[in-house]
Design a protein around this ligand. Structure first.
Ligand SMILES: Nc1ncnc2c1ncn2[C@@H]1O[C@H](COP(=O)(O)OP(=O)(O)OP(=O)(O)O)[C@@H](O)[C@H]1O
Ligand SMILES: O=P(O)(O)OC[C@H]1O[C@H](OP(=O)(O)OP(=O)(O)O)[C@H](O)[C@@H]1O
Ligand SMILES: [Mg+2]
Length: 299
């Protein structure tokens, strides 16, 4: 039996979210020894247990209070919520924050030669999908009804296999659609991974740990989105140089040992520097331009 005093976190065992979920927890300082075959892992340095499960099960585990925290795609979460509501339940959980990975969209796609003239064309068609509730909610806005062909994977094969007329599935690069002779015709939902907590009060120790993790996650995500920029600049071009740098209201300016008319400028930028900007900086006399990744941040 698991020790109930330890914080339980559910994450995907293997799939699109597992590497990033693992990396995020590791970057938050949680030391976990994840062995392929182990479905429960124990953190060595914090009172945390990790349950590694199918992503479809994560919303239910959180809503039912089996785990305290879950990392899951908003698409899967929203579908589970709609499913439970359709069954007359009132699913409860706390959405803690959106994460910076697992970006994809849920789209309707049709065979390349399908003459698409808007959602009304889909009336009474057979749609293969894993997300019947999200699709129904979207098409209901257009008063369109359809027949669902439920598939849990490889949804893209359905039209060629004669199972459905169109599909509604996740898209990111579009390569799977392309490879299966399909074209995207409607985007119905934009998704990212998110962090959710079960409803109800956690013990004060667990809540304190969740708060600490949230602060660390904030720091990790902010650091991933930021860059540390260093350059040398002629003093008389400083104003123009600062104007080119994203978010450089408050740069650190330092004297250079052997140059009177040049200074060093250091700053944290919330954006990466594009090559075009670097070229403009150089044209203004900047040199030794360095753009460095930031590992951690705390404000
Ligand atoms: N192509 C993609 N690019 C980015 N994120 C994606 C992509 N496809 C799916 N995702 C996100 O990752 C989640 C998990 O996708 P994955 O394909 O690994 O699920 P699965 O095959 O249902 O896995 P499981 O075996 O855990 O049930 C999706 O629900 C979605 O939020
Ligand atoms: O637009 P793309 O970049 O091609 O990505 C889209 C594909 O990725 C996901 O499946 P995944 O590859 O994770 O396999 P699965 O069917 O096992 O879930 C999704 O279900 C699509 O099939
Ligand atoms: Mg799944």
């Amino acid at each position: 039996m698991l020790d109930n005093s330890r914080l339980r976190i559910a994450m995907q065992k293997s799939g699109r979210l597992s590497d990033e979920s693992k990396k995020l927890l590791a970057q938050c300082g949680i030391k976990i020894n994840l062995q392929e075959q182990r479905l429960i892992a124990f953190a060595e340095n914090m009172p945390i247990d990790i349950l590694r499960v199918r992503d479809d099960d994560i919303p239910g585990l959180v809503i039912d209070g089996v785990v305290d925290i879950g990392i899951v795609g908003e698409n899967v979460l929203e579908e589970e919520v709609l499913d439970r509501k359709a069954e007359g339940q009132n699913p409860q959980f706390k959405q803690l924050r959106r994460l910076d990975f697992g970006a994809c969209r849920l789209s309707i796609a049709a065979p390349r030669d399908f003459d698409y003239q808007g959602p009304k064309c889909l009336q009474d068609l057979r749609v293969a999908t894993t997300y019947p509730h999200l699709l129904k909610r979207y098409l209901a806005e257009y008063n369109v009804t359809f027949n669902t062909c439920l598939l849990n994977g490889s949804v893209e094969v359905a039209p060629r296999a004669g199972l459905a007329d169109v599909i509604c599935d996740l898209v990111s690069s579009g390569a799977t659609l392309e490879a299966n002779g399909l074209k995207e015709i409607e985007v119905i939902y934009q998704s990212k991974a998110c962090l959710i907590q079960r409803s109800g009060e956690l013990s004060s120790d667990k809540q304190a740990l969740v708060d600490k993790l949230l602060t660390r996650i904030q720091g990790v995500i902010q650091a991933r989105e930021s860059k540390y920029i260093m350059l040398h600049a002629p003093t008389d071009a400083l104003e123009k140089i600062v104007a080119l740098l994203p978010g450089a209201e408050d740069p650190t300016i330092l004297p250079l040992a052997n140059e009177k008319n040049r200074v060093a400028l250091h700053m944290v930028s919330t954006e990466s520097l594009f090559w075009e900007t670097m070229e403009k900086l150089k044209a203004l006399g900047a040199s030794s331009i360095l753009v460095l990744p930031i590992e951690k941040m705390m404000e």
